[in-house]
Design a protein around this ligand. Structure first.
Ligand SMILES: [Zn+2]
Length: 185
């Protein structure tokens, strides 16, 4: 997959962390298969001078989103654990901008835009279009891409660079994303 990057584009890589890959605590069957695709895209972005944002789920211990607290998910991506680290084969540009989310005690944040300050950074860089990839399609990738459209960014989602947890949920997510104007690549 080659992206057709233009000036004023940004690449947003969502949550390519060990816990979402095979062997992790909230593993997607083929979560690790996005890694080579994303490595190629981020190399291409770097070559084109396109800023790369990398989000990570970054939960405190006993986070409200965990089942022990009545949340929907098993424990995952606890701060400073192996599971919260990026996949070891993920190659990030040195100047990649890190977006941490889910670090608050009181709420969960699926979207890289949700109270992270990402929009102000995109405005500062004069970004007009964003490319979204990562994990998982029907959760944090969907939330991020929808928020991008809500903030009036032309939004591309690279299918090869994402994987889902549940096939039916992923199909619903695709519909929702298309309706919101997200362009699938
Ligand atoms: Zn989480």
């Amino acid at each position: 997959m080659k992206a057709t990057f233009e000036q004023n584009d940004a690449l947003i890589i969502v949550d390519v962390q060990n816990d979402f890959c095979p062997g992790g605590k909230l593993a997607l069957d083929e979560g690790d298969e996005v890694v080579p695709v994303i490595n190629a895209l981020s190399a291409q972005a770097q070559e084109a001078g396109i800023p790369v944002f990398v989000s990570r789920d970054w939960h405190p211990r006993h986070h409200v989103s965990f089942d022990e607290r009545g949340g929907p998910w098993p424990e995952h991506c606890v701060q400073d654990t192996k599971g919260a680290e990026f996949h070891p084969d993920l190659i990030l540009p040195e100047n990649a901008r890190l977006v941490s989310k889910g670090a608050r005690f009181d709420i969960d944040q699926y979207s890289a835009f949700d109270k992270t300050g990402l929009v102000s950074e995109l405005v500062h860089l004069n970004i007009k279009r964003v490319w979204v990839v990562g994990l998982a399609l029907e959760v944090c990738v969907k939330a991020t891409a929808l928020d991008a459209t809500k903030n009036d960014y032309e939004t591309f989602l690279v299918e090869e660079g994402t994987r889902f947890i549940d096939r039916a949920d992923a199909e619903k997510a695709r519909e929702e994303l298309r309706e919101a104007g997200v362009i699938f690549k």
